[in-house]
Design a protein around this ligand. Structure first.
Ligand code: HEM
Ligand code: HEM
Length: 556
């Protein structure tokens, strides 16, 4: 306790402060902790959170990979800003890389070359930044799939799904802006692609383009503008969203898979401190190590090979980073339709893909709300679904992935053509057809597969697991011995709920008057029947069925 307070408040000092003697006996660590607690109240915070229980499952580490790769991106990004010069001013190159000696280029490109060849550790840091971005988006997509396929987005986590969705969306865009920064031929091709998409927007396209690029393409402003957006605006928003995302994970508590002792009202697992702190700390270094190792041995974006951007040149094998490839696919497989009227051109060949691009994101964002509406389920869910027990959702997820992959192939149609010696037109046409048919097939196959797995579960519950042991009965018949499942397994396989589809209100009301049923209500009932009807769930065996089969006669 500071002495001057005690002097000023003489009598009160005993009651508010600790005694001087008490302070002396404390360790330095304890004293500092007291000091911090006095100002920030950390004891209560720590007591409430450090022993918080988290359930364990390998798939819950995917969110962590997102977090760690994001941290790596920020660390390496800050180093890059020390040397990167986001200017489109022209200079002549006289650096270490001889093939480009004497070539005119932008200061941005020159500084990116300098980072690669002259700055100590520069190339490795650039590579780590780029590889971490690739891993980051991949981890986000897989984490999202985990959340999607297990139904972890259901009430109360819909808002956290939205936060996550925004992180994915912003992360992809920030990656796009990042690889636009070095101003090499590939960057410029990407920026040109984006200009085309903006220009295709009816009515406001040209204004938007002028506003963003500060004049005709490419102008002098786009790189400095992208730079501010890339290093400050988007990462700043993402950091805020990320903190909110993690606070909500804490607040809602983590979901868990069904198992004995696990209910909708508890969480079974290990405490954050020390178990998860140690695991997470170690895992961070593992992720960092793997990304650094890959960056050290696998070249990504060798900008010196492409040369500086010149609007009159187009990079022949321009390929965006994998996560943006689907937008390229949308454009490449779309026929070049356009409508000319009253002196204006409506570029449908670009505008329609742009709209579909937006829709693919919107579908992700609203899915939890859509499913909530269809199923009419207003309860909280903390126990995860096994994907097979939600065949429609699982089918939709796989259909989305199939569409994404088809578009990715469409986006690399030139590479597939040259590497597989196929005609580029054949690939484009195959992608056009598959764009419509592929997701439907994926949906149907997945749904049937899920139903098959549900049937298999039912079979296992009633008849046990096949042991592979063949027994010959006295009268000569051969049978395979089935082993009863352990109780935990029986619990796990039967823990899921099976809801009934929402029913339409009776056709006549209580007064015998014909009720008007709106088409939306009808649609909802149909969709609900799709989710919960007999084509989507195999009825779980009842306890009686189980008892009857497993009791008495030598079941097999
Ligand atoms: C910067 C990107 C992201 C980071 C760092 C991040 C981090 C995390 C972490 C650490 C968890 C808890 C552990 C786990 O379940 O994996 C989590 C849970 C969750 N995340 Fe993310 N996430 C990100 C992006 C996303 C995306 C793209 C979505 C979905 C669109 C999403 C939706 C969720 C949901 C709904 C939960 C709660 C899951 C549960 O309790 O089972 N997150 N996130
Ligand atoms: C989600 C966040 C981010 C993603 C996905 C991302 C991604 C990228 C990518 C793919 C590149 C191209 C690298 C290359 O040349 O091969 C890049 C460049 C760059 N990034 Fe980031 N970045 C992110 C955040 C940041 C942050 C927070 C900073 C700075 C504080 C930063 C600074 C830079 C700089 C200076 C460059 C240009 C240097 C160069 O290309 O060599 N980035 N970024």
């Amino acid at each position: 306790m500071s002495t001057h307070i005690s002097d000023a408040t003489s009598g009160a000092h005993e009651e508010i402060g600790h005694s001087e003697a008490g302070v002396e006996q404390k360790h330095l660590g304890e004293k500092s902790a007291d000091w911090v607690d006095g100002r920030l109240g950390v004891y209560n915070l720590a007591k409430a959170n450090l022993r918080k229980i988290f359930p364990d499952h390998w798939s819950f580490m995917l969110g962590e990979i997102c977090l760690y790769s994001f941290i790596i991106i920020i660390l390496t990004g800050v180093y890059l800003t020390l040397f990167f010069n986001p200017s489109m001013g022209e200079v002549v190159y006289h650096g270490t890389y001889t093939p480009l000696q004497g070539i005119k280029m932008s200061e941005a490109y020159k500084s990116a070359l300098d980072i690669s060849f002259d700055v100590r550790g520069g190339l490795l840091i650039r590579q780590i930044h780029h590889w971490a971005a690739i891993v980051f988006v991949a981890a986000m997509l897989v984490h999202m799939m985990r959340v999607f396929f297990t139904g972890a987005f259901r009430k109360p986590r819909e808002i956290n799904w939205l936060f996550g969705f925004l992180l994915l969306f912003l992360g992809m865009f920030d990656g796009f802006m990042g690889y636009s920064l070095p101003d090499d031929l590939l960057s410029g091709t990407g920026i040109r692609f984006m200009e085309g998409a903006i220009l295709s927007v009816p009515l406001v396209g040209t204004y938007l383009q002028m506003f963003l690029y500060g004049g005709q393409f490419p102008g002098n402003d786009i790189i400095p503008r992208f730079f501010t957006i890339h290093v400050l605006l988007i990462p700043g928003i993402m950091l805020g969203l990320l903190v909110a995302h993690l606070i909500l994970v804490f607040y809602h508590k983590h979901t868990q898979f069904a198992g004995p002792g696990r209910t909708e009202k508890n969480v079974v697992g290990m405490p954050l401190m020390p178990v998860y702190m140690a695991k997470a700390g170690g895992f961070f270094f593992l992720v960092f190590g793997v990304i650094a190792f890959v960056s050290a041995i696998a070249s990504v974006n060798p900008i010196w090979e492409y040369g500086p951007y010149r609007p009159d040149q187009v990079s022949t094998d321009a390929q965006p980073d994998w996560y943006m490839g689907f937008s390229e696919g949308l454009i490449r497989i779309m026929p070049g339709w356009e409508i000319r009227a009253w002196g204006h051109t409506l570029e449908l060949g670009v505008f329609i893909p742009l709209v579909i691009f937006g829709l693919m994101f919107v579908v992700i964002a609203i899915y939890p709300f859509l499913e909530g509406w269809i199923t009419g389920d207003k309860r909280e869910h903390h126990i995860l679904d096994r994907p097979r027990n939600a065949p429609v959702r699982t089918g939709l997820g796989v259909a989305w992935i199939a569409e994404y992959i088809i578009l990715l192939v469409g986006g690399g149609n030139d590479l597939f053509a040259t590497h597989l010696h196929l005609s580029i037109d054949a690939i484009t046409w195959a992608c056009r057809v598959l764009f419509f048919v592929g997701p439907v097939i994926a949906f149907m196959v997945t749904k049937r597969w899920c139903m098959g797995l549900q049937r298999r579960d039912k079979d296992k519950i009633l008849h046990g697991r096949e042991t592979g042991t063949i027994k010959r009965l006295p009268h000569g018949e051969f049978i395979e011995v089935h082993a009863q499942l352990p109780q935990e397994e029986l619990f796990r396989l039967t823990a899921h709920e099976q809801s009934a589809p929402a029913e339409l209100p009776a056709a006549v009301d209580e007064n015998g008057v014909k009720r008007k049923i709106g088409s939306i209500t009808k649609l909802r009932a149909k969709l609900s029947a799709g989710y919960f009807g007999p084509q989507s769930q195999i009825a779980k065996p009842t306890a009686e069925e189980h008892a009857e089969i497993t009791s008495g006669h030598g079941h097999h």
